[in-house]
Design a protein around this ligand. Structure first.
Ligand code: MG
Length: 167
């Protein structure tokens, strides 16, 4: 097996609606609307987890944690991320860099960006300067754009197989 770095891309989109907790990057954000979903609908963690799984050549989030499976009803998406990181470790892969773009009109990301980066870094056991996240508004995009949140994530993994190993 080669030891070249691996790149993974993840994307997710959830509708936003009143009365739903706004859980993003593992943090509860004070916002009048929140993502709608089967789990806690943390769209940032979903895109990130899919990017990690993709880079490792593993099944995607929807296959591992189907939104039709009652086991994952209201599940914490931090558990999905932790499971993916565990699968990476099983494959002797470690995440070294994350970048993300979050597209939404609500909530405003800027006041929460630092805390989100710090929490993602904590969840991935990375220094904060290896995890980035930018908020973008739709700037008058589609009429229903403000009713959804969309996330793009890209990650880089490195192979940490011990020298002489055969994993
Ligand atoms: Mg999702």
């Amino acid at each position: 097996m080669d030891r070249l770095p691996r790149i993974g891309l993840g994307w997710d989109r959830h509708a936003l609606a009143a009365g739903h907790t706004c859980k993003l990057a593992g943090l509860e954000i004070d916002c009048p609307v929140g993502p709608v979903g089967h789990s806690d609908a943390d769209v940032i963690l979903h895109a990130l987890t899919d990017a990690l799984l993709g880079a490792a050549g593993l099944d995607d989030l929807g296959t591992l944690f189907a939104d039709t499976d009652p086991r994952w009803k209201d599940a914490a998406s931090t558990d999905f991320l932790a499971a993916a990181v565990g699968l990476l470790a099983d494959s002797s892969l470690r995440v070294i860099s994350v970048d993300m773009v979050v597209v939404c009109d609500l909530p405003r990301l800027a006041p929460h960006r630092g805390a989100m980066r710090a929490n993602l870094a904590r969840l991935l056991s990375l220094p904060v300067n290896r995890v980035n996240l930018k908020g973008k508004t739709t700037e008058g995009g589609p009429a229903n754009a403000s009713a959804a949140i969309e996330v793009h994530a890209i990650v880089m993994l490195k192979d940490v197989t011990p020298s002489g190993g055969c994993a």
